[in-house]
Design a protein around this ligand. Structure first.
Ligand SMILES: NC(=O)c1ccc[n+]([C@@H]2O[C@H](COP(=O)([O-])OP(=O)(O)OC[C@H]3O[C@@H](n4cnc5c(N)ncnc54)[C@H](OP(=O)(O)O)[C@@H]3O)[C@@H](O)[C@H]2O)c1
Length: 339
């Protein structure tokens, strides 16, 4: 099949392109002229299928429409994935405006049979004290980040489009981790690099946070299963083990035979650090690793069940320990961490 992937130059989109090519599909990667496409195989070749490029921005309708031409499947993966941006209006224009353009282009392109839209666990909302499934609707009372707000707005548009007949399947990964491009979306790799280079000596908070950790290759398998088996208009959580970042650091210490952190950094200290980082970011233009909205995320729990995807898609996420062992070995090979 000919498959369009938006966000192909990103962490998840890049891995998805490789997997689709391995399965013999022709992949059209939608990238910007400014995109770093080093994570993609060479144009025309690559693994088993063939890769072609389509240039454009998801906010430009004509470019999206042209990219859809002749494709049977569209994976809309592109998004601005940051907890904080100096100009927060960009989240809505890219994450919501981009989806609207993709939906319209899919409608106009007669060859497209299925659209797999990559949403996020944030679109379902926090789950303080319980584990949620696909039936949870975001209460929209409070958003930790403008990114979360944009994913919620986009989710409603995606589900409404399904009601109106769009051939859409929506997938919701958890916190994605695993080998691949170290973008803002690869937060676990970035935190492990900080931890193993001595810049993050303690635990972040007291381990009351909870996230669902999804290995990037499990998410890719889930996206492809959604293409093959996903029912139109359905939501599928592609999540994994529900755990705290404290457990991530503990497992990393056990796997590498290194010492666990011996103290907890209180959230208020991380908050102060976040405010300082944002101030610094406003001056330098370099985006912060920790910001006050990111701290808000850590003050909540985001635990989900992927039972529906297991049953319907054959989704089979690996354990966090297994996934982390792979990430740590990969970061060591890159020379990003030493142990
Ligand atoms: N990372 C996670 O933990 C996580 C968790 C749940 C859901 N998700 C979702 O998964 C998807 C991929 O995330 P990721 O972690 O792979 O993020 P990423 O590494 O930051 O990749 C984002 C991709 O979107 C592209 N993009 C951004 N703005 C664009 C625009 N205006 N026009 C065209 N392309 C644009 C980027 O292109 P450039 O290379 O040119 O910047 C990049 O290819 C997103 O939809 C995200 O919401 C991620």
């Amino acid at each position: 099949m000919k498959v369009l992937v938006t966000g192909a130059s990103g962490y998840l989109g890049g891995r998805l392109c490789h997997a689709l090519l391995r399965h013999g599909h022709v992949v059209r990667a939608f990238v910007r002229r400014s995109s770093d496409i080093s994570c993609l195989p060479p144009v025309g070749g690559g693994d088993d299928g063939a890769l072609e490029l389509a240039y454009g921005d998801v906010t430009e309708y004509r470019a999206v429409l042209a990219a859809c031409d002749g494709c049977q499947v569209v994976f809309h993966v592109a998004a601005l994935v940051e907890p904080w941006l100096a100009d927060p209006s960009r989240f809505l224009s890219v994450n919501v405006g981009g989806l609207k353009n993709v939906l319209q282009a899919v409608k106009e392109t007669k060859t497209v049979e299925k659209l797999i839209y990559t949403s996020s666990f944030f679109a379902l909302g926090s789950t303080d004290g319980y584990v949620a499934d696909e039936s949870q609707i975001h209460p929209e009372k409070f958003f930790c980040t403008e990114y979360e707000r944009s994913k919620v707005v986009a989710d409603k548009i995606a589900l409404q489009a399904a009601v109106e007949g769009s051939p859409i399947v929506v997938v919701y990964p958890g916190v994605i981790y695993g080998p691949g491009k170290v973008t803002a979306g690869n937060i676990v790799a970035r935190m492990l690099i900080e931890r193993f280079n001595g810049r993050l000596p303690g635990y972040v908070g007291y381990g009351n946070d909870k996230c669902s950790f999804s290995h990037v290759d499990d998410v890719v398998e889930g996206q492809m299963a959604a293409m093959n088996k996903g029912r139109l208009g359905e939501r599928y959580l592609l999540t994994g083990e529900n755990a705290s970042f404290k457990l991530v650091f503990d497992l990393a210490a056990v796997i590498t035979g290194t010492k666990k952190p011996w103290f907890n950094i209180p959230m208020w200290v991380i908050d102060v650090y976040g405010w300082a980082s944002v101030l610094f970011a406003r001056i330098t233009g370099n985006l912060p690793l920790i910001s006050p909205p990111a701290v808000q995320v850590l003050r909540h729990q985001w635990a989900y069940s992927c039972e529906k995807a297991k049953v319907e898609l054959g989704y089979n996420p690996r354990s966090l320990k297994e996934g982390l062992a792979e990430v740590l070995a990969w970061l060591k090979t890159l020379g990003s961490i030493h142990y």
